[in-house]
Design a binder for this molecule. Structure first.
Ligand SMILES: O=P(O)(O)O[C@H]1O[C@H](CO)[C@@H](O)[C@H]1O
Ligand SMILES: O=c1cc[nH]c(=O)[nH]1
Length: 295
């Protein structure tokens, strides 16, 4: 049965609805960034850019870095945007736009997020990087998909739920593991500034990440509880707003994903990086080199 026009929305030029891309516009390895200006900062390192477009906050460039074809796309902020970006990129790879049917043979994509994040731990200070061994979702996105439960790391999820004892009014947290292949590749880099840990993905930057400007929090000790959580060797190192959804959707769709974040804030110390732009540029260069390393 063809997928209806209201579900798979194809623009008059043959591109998919939000991200404005056609199936041939993307590489198999895709770097996602939040900030649309970061797309140029990634592509500045490419030897050649062969395609570019933008619609809303979704800016894309495809090109080559050291002979490897890469696409970089901005997602904007939040897991609601990630739902659009990952589903539409998967559709480009795995749905035949002419027949509107899912292809027999599936293509596996590799997603690597290059983001910014706030650390919860004193020993993960600003100006370091964190590769997320798992995404801890407070966003509830996975609960809308039938396979959501299958891809969750139930052991860590149940331990976290027990630890937090949070209000039932909030979405139940979930934990999804990173791609082991991509994680191993980054572990093998032996980069001294690179830490590994669980990354919390929150539904906002302020209240949901325990920040108070004028509005008091319903649970003032929320981020302290996140910081003190540990299960076997796992602890939550940092917070941002996309990783859990990237990991969850990728696992359900059969793709590989890793999120690597520049630590620009340390919540335990109350500090912020003095040179966040340079830090992100250095992280971009490191990620590109690690992805193109043979091992
Ligand atoms: O720098 P990016 O990739 O946008 O990531 C982080 O920064 C934004 C908040 O400032 C959120 O998107 C968060 O995940
Ligand atoms: O603390 C931070 C820093 C960057 N991005 C976030 O979402 N949180």
């Amino acid at each position: 049965m063809p997928i209806k026009e209201s579900e798979l929305i194809i623009n008059p030029d043959g591109s998919i609805y939000h991200i404005n891309l056609k199936p041939d516009d993307i590489a198999d390895t895709i770097i996602t960034v939040g900030d649309q200006n970061r797309v140029d900062r990634v592509a500045q390192f490419f030897d050649e850019v062969i395609f570019e477009t933008q619609k809303r906050e979704f800016k894309t460039k495809t090109g080559y870095y050291k002979g490897k074809k890469l696409t970089v796309i901005s997602s904007g902020i939040g897991t609601d945007n990630i739902d659009i970006v990952i589903n539409e990129l998967d559709a480009l790879a795995n749905i035949d736009f002419k027949t509107r049917t899912v292809k027999e043979e599936k293509k596996k994509l590799h997603f690597v997020r290059i983001g910014t994040s706030g650390s919860l731990q004193k020993d993960v200070p600003v100006d370091r990087y964190v590769a997320s061994s798992g995404g801890v979702g407070f966003d509830g996105l996975l609960h809308y998909y039938a396979q959501g439960t299958d891809v969750i790391n139930q052991e860590i999820t149940q331990a976290l739920i027990q630890h937090l004892q949070d209000s039932p009014k909030k979405a139940e947290p979930y934990v999804v593991d990173a791609s082991q292949n991509l994680l191993d590749k980054f572990k093998a880099s032996n980069e001294k500034h690179l830490h590994f840990g669980l990354t919390g993905t929150n539904v906002g930057f302020y209240g949901p990440q325990g920040r108070v400007l004028r509005l008091p929090l319903s649970k003032p000790n929320f981020i302290d509880s996140l910081a003190s959580f540990s299960y076997q060797e796992n602890r939550i190192t940092n917070l941002e707003m996309e990783t859990s959804a990237i990991y969850g959707l990728s696992k359900m769709l059969g793709h590989e994903a890793l999120s690597v974040n520049a630590i620009i804030a340390n919540r335990a110390m109350g500090t912020f990086s003095n040179h966040p732009k340079d830090l992100v540029d250095e992280l971009i260069q490191f990620v590109l080199d690690t992805l193109t390393q043979e091992n």
